[in-house]
Design a protein around this ligand. Sequence first.
Ligand code: ATP
Length: 320
Amino acid sequence: MSTSAAGARTVRVKAPGKINVSFRAGPLRPDGYHSVASLYLAVSLYEEITATSKPGTAPSDITLSINSNSVPGLAAGVPLDGRNLVVKAATLLAEVSERACGVHLDITKRVPVSGGMGGGSADAAATLLACDALWNSGLSREELSHLAAELGADVPFGLLGGAAIGLGVGDRLNPALAPAALHWVLVQADFGLSTPAVFGALDRLRAASGADPAVPEAVDPAVLSALRASDAPALAKALVNDLQPASISLAPQLADVLADGVRLGALAGVVSGSGPTVAMLAADEDHALELAARLAGAGYNALAVHGPVHGAKIVSDIRH
Ligand code: ATP
């Protein structure tokens, strides 16, 4: 690679996409955000960031590429300049790292873009961890998490992984107990939904119906106890997403996806975050594989995954 030079180092980090098993949104706040209560679950669909240092260059020398192992076509709408969250993440970390130098960041994209699965957030979390290692920044996980929150509400969870309750705008995290893997089928769409557009649709739907939502203070205890007990049928009854009607209002075909999933045997389905990815819950791994095959047979882009899985993690560290 042209960026490798004597003294260069390459750190590769994997970070998971997420689904929201439960997502409650309060009213629009004066700052333009919504307070939420979210149960995040990291699932086994991973982004990868490969960060290679460019010794002797300025920290502002940040370059970016998309790896050819990415899911074909997925990265089409992803900006390759300073708007990319990985560039923002490296820039932010460089500001607080005394030994920062230039870096080349290579993204392997597997999480659908604008899919409601926090793919960009996973990239940003992975970049923070990779550059922290490259530059020996010596930041604690907590300090990295603070930087992550500056980049976006879902970025701290990309670092933490597992299962977690997210309050505030989703960035105030507390790990939730989920001792065994749950099995899901993700139905991925061939289009994206903009998160601000979906929240806007939610506000319009609520205004039209006269709804007056409270600020959510906690995740439904039924969700937490079902996760603790790894009880898929109980969790199926508790899946909820306040954004789902808004996502469906912008993409009505999601209602068919949800209905088809249940018709083909899912315990239940829910739109993940702002969508359009739909997460279908299965009873166990075999059921998830069977459900994925049935959904694929019906023409859907379906993928069996499990969660919780780990958050951003270094998978290799090579000195050239
Ligand atoms: P969330 O659920 O956290 O709102 P999402 O999964 O719906 O996110 P992402 O794919 O994370 O959506 O981000 C979508 C937007 O962010 C797109 O408009 C894209 O252009 C921009 N973006 C910036 N950096 C990235 C990145 N590294 N990967 C994907 N999208 C990125």
